[in-house]
Design a protein around this ligand. Structure first.
Ligand SMILES: [Zn+2]
Length: 279
């Protein structure tokens, strides 16, 4: 499932590829993709004729700002991908659910085998923050830089396991199962450590690990793992999976201490960690 580094990689690529392009037509091939709208026709009407002026990101949501102030919101869900296609005659891959054609310069296609992803337009008056999912997002770990003291205050105001807190989108936006495990490994902290039990040194280590892990993953264009491999705008896989220290490494040697990475299941998801390096 794409998390902040994958979504940020796509956002940056979109910036160079579709800003200032005018939307000529929109084709919806699977109504589930625009399920928030009363009809595909109503969705299309809000986009056709509009020009994209900027690309923003809120947590795991990609926001394409339009020249009338409305925003096209893209949520990739489990397996969603955006494909930039220069030649409109290029055959459509299976599960292509929506196609945006520009007046000049090809198409943007939304491909999503598992159909958990979606596209929707928020009207100008609403503003992106009026959307329920976006209104309550927590701070952005790459955009909203803060002092570790402030981070400590935020952490200690919650009493929950570190991993659940890192994945709580209302606490911090954009981190999911994969990067939570990587951040906690880098910080040397267990997933079930209570957020209000950390020493000042541990808080500093956690904050630094969070920022550095995500920034490095963006630099390496995200992680592609498993059946629903993440792909960038041009169909390429990411590069960061080779750097993973814990996630998806059950039974393999810890790269720091050579003991074995273990996997535990809790709350319907797997957590990978080193019992020796993480306390
Ligand atoms: Zn270890």
């Amino acid at each position: 499932m794409p998390e902040l580094p994958e979504v940020e990689t796509i956002r940056r690529d979109l910036q160079g590829e579709v800003v200032n392009r005018k939307i000529k037509s929109v084709e919806v091939r699977n109504g589930r993709t625009v399920r928030r709208h009363p009809s595909a026709k109503q969705f299309r009407a809000q986009l056709e004729g509009r020009t994209i002026t900027a690309i923003n990101r809120a947590g795991k949501y990609i926001l394409l700002v339009l020249d009338d102030g409305a925003t096209l919101v893209v949520h990739l869900g489990m397996s969603g991908q955006l494909h930039r296609v220069k030649n409109v005659k290029e055959p459509k891959v299976p599960h292509t659910h929506a196609v945006i054609t520009f007046t000049q310069g090809g198409q943007l296609r939304f491909v999503d085998p598992r159909t958990f992803g979606e596209l929707f337009v928020s009207a100008p008056a609403e503003g992106e923050r009026a959307l329920p999912e976006l209104a309550h997002l927590g701070f952005d770990p790459l955009e909203d830089i803060m002092s570790w003291e402030k981070f400590w205050v935020l952490l200690s105001s919650h009493k929950s396991g570190l991993k659940s807190l890192l994945m709580d989108q209302e606490f911090v936006a954009g981190i999911g199962n994969m990067y939570a495990d990587e951040i906690l490994f880098a910080a040397g902290l267990r997933y079930d450590r209570q957020s209000n039990s950390l020493s000042s040194q541990e808080v500093r280590r956690l904050y630094r690990s969070m920022v550095e892990t995500l920034a490095e993953a963006v630099k390496r264009r995200g992680s592609s793992l498993g059946d629903d491999q993440y792909r960038d705008l041009f169909g390429e896989v990411g590069d960061y999976q080779d750097q993973h220290q814990a996630y998806d490494r059950e039974g393999q040697a810890c790269r720091r201490c050579r003991s074995t990475i273990v996997r535990v299941k809790s709350g319907g998801r797997s957590t990978f960690f080193c019992e020796h390096c993480q306390v």
